[in-house]
Write a protein that binds this ligand. Structure first.
Ligand SMILES: [Zn+2]
Ligand SMILES: [Zn+2]
Length: 291
C-alpha cells in the first residue's frame, strides 16, 4: 500500500507543476525567477526522495557526485542556455519574423493544448537528435560521456559533454507564439519527468503514466553497459515516441556505464569527442619523429 502510494509521486508532482503554471499570478509568470525557483525546487525534491527511498545502494550519491552534478546543472542552466538562445532560438525567431510568419493562433489555444504542443516539439527534436547520436560516430562521441556515468541520480540528466548539451537543447519551440506560462510549464514538466527518469528513487509509476512518459526503468535500460542495449528508449521524457517509432524496449538495468565502466573526470568528458583527432595527430608526430 505504502509502495503503491509512493509510485504516484512522479505523476503527482507533474500535476502540481501543471496546476501551478495554469493558475500562477501574471506577475509571477512575468518574472524570470519563478521558473528558476520552480526548477530548483523540483531538483531538490527529487534529490530528497533519493535519501528517503533509494532504488539501488550502489547508485547512492557521494559528495564528489553531488558537487560535479550541481556544477553541470548550473552550467547547463546558464552557459548552455545562453548559447542556445543566442545561436539557435533568436536567429530562428528573426527568420520567422523576416518571412512574415505569424503563429498567434498558438497562444489562443487552451492552456493544456499549448502545453502538449510545447512538450511534443521539444521531445520530437530530442528524440531524433538522440537517435542520431546513437547511430553516427561524430554525434556519438559528443553523447558518449553521458553514457559513461556509472550511477544514476537526480541531476545526471545535465551531465555530459558541452557540445552534446547544446545539440540536445535544439528545438523548434521558438517558431510558435506560445504563452510564457505554457512554455515555462512545459519546461518544468519535462524537468520533473527527466529528473525522475535519471533519479535513484524507488518509485515505479503506473502504466497510465509510463505508457506516455519516460521512467527510470526505461532510461536505466538505455544506460546499459553493452552498447547495443543503449539503442532503445531514446525519449528523454516522452517514451511514447519510442513506442511509435519502434525503438521501445521493456526492462530495467542497475549496472550502468560504457566500456570498462570507468568514471570520466570533467576534463575527460570535455575533450572526449576530440580524442580520436588528438590520437591521430600524436601518431603522426611519433611516425615523423621515428623517420
Ligand atoms: Zn543515449
Ligand atoms: Zn541519461
Amino acid at each position: 500500500m505504502k509502495q503503491k502510494l509512493f509510485n504516484l509521486v512522479p505523476p503527482a508532482m507533474l500535476l502540481v507543476v501543471i496546476l501551478f503554471w495554469a493558475f500562477a499570478p501574471a506577475a509571477w509568470v512575468k518574472s524570470g525567477w519563478t521558473v528558476v525557483i520552480a526548477s530548483s525546487l523540483i531538483t531538490a525534491t527529487v534529490l530528497g526522495l533519493e535519501f528517503i527511498a533509494e532504488r539501488h545502494a550502489h547508485w547512492r550519491m557521494t559528495w564528489r557526485e553531488f558537487f560535479t552534478d550541481i556544477g553541470y546543472v548550473i552550467f547547463s542552466a546558464t552557459a548552455i542556455a545562453w548559447v542556445t538562445a543566442t545561436f539557435a532560438d533568436d536567429p530562428l525567431k528573426s527568420v520567422k519574423k523576416s518571412l512574415g510568419i505569424t503563429t498567434h493562433w498558438a497562444e489562443h489555444m487552451p492552456f493544456l493544448a499549448q502545453l502538449a504542443l510545447a512538450i511534443f516539439l521539444v521531445e520530437f527534436g530530442q528524440y531524433w537528435m538522440h537517435r542520431l547520436m546513437h547511430n553516427w560516430t561524430p554525434f556519438w562521441l559528443t553523447h558518449a560521456p553521458h553514457h559513461h556515468i556509472t550511477q544514476l541520480n537526480a541531476m545526471k540528466g545535465s551531465v555530459g559533454n558541452p557540445l552534446e548539451l547544446f545539440l540536445i537543447s535544439l528545438t523548434a519551440v521558438a517558431l510558435f507564439d506560445l504563452s510564457p506560462a505554457a512554455t515555462f510549464c512545459a519546461f518544468n514538466c519535462l524537468g520533473v519527468i527527466s529528473t525522475f527518469a535519471h533519479a535513484n528513487v524507488g518509485a515505479n509509476p503506473p502504466i497510465w503514466y509510463s505508457f506516455f512518459f519516460t521512467t527510470i526503468r526505461h532510461h536505466s535500460l538505455h544506460h546499459s553497459v553493452p552498447y547495443e542495449d543503449t539503442r532503445y528508449n531514446y525519449g528523454n521524457s516522452l517514451i511514447l515516441l519510442d513506442r511509435i517509432f519502434g525503438t521501445y524496449r521493456e526492462g530495467e538495468a542497475s549496472i550502468v556505464g560504457q566500456g570498462d565502466r570507468k568514471r570520466l573526470s570533467v576534463w575527460e568528458q570535455t575533450i572526449f569527442p576530440f580524442v580520436p583527432v588528438i590520437d591521430w595527430f600524436k601518431a603522426r608526430r611519433a611516425k615523423s619523429a621515428a623517420a
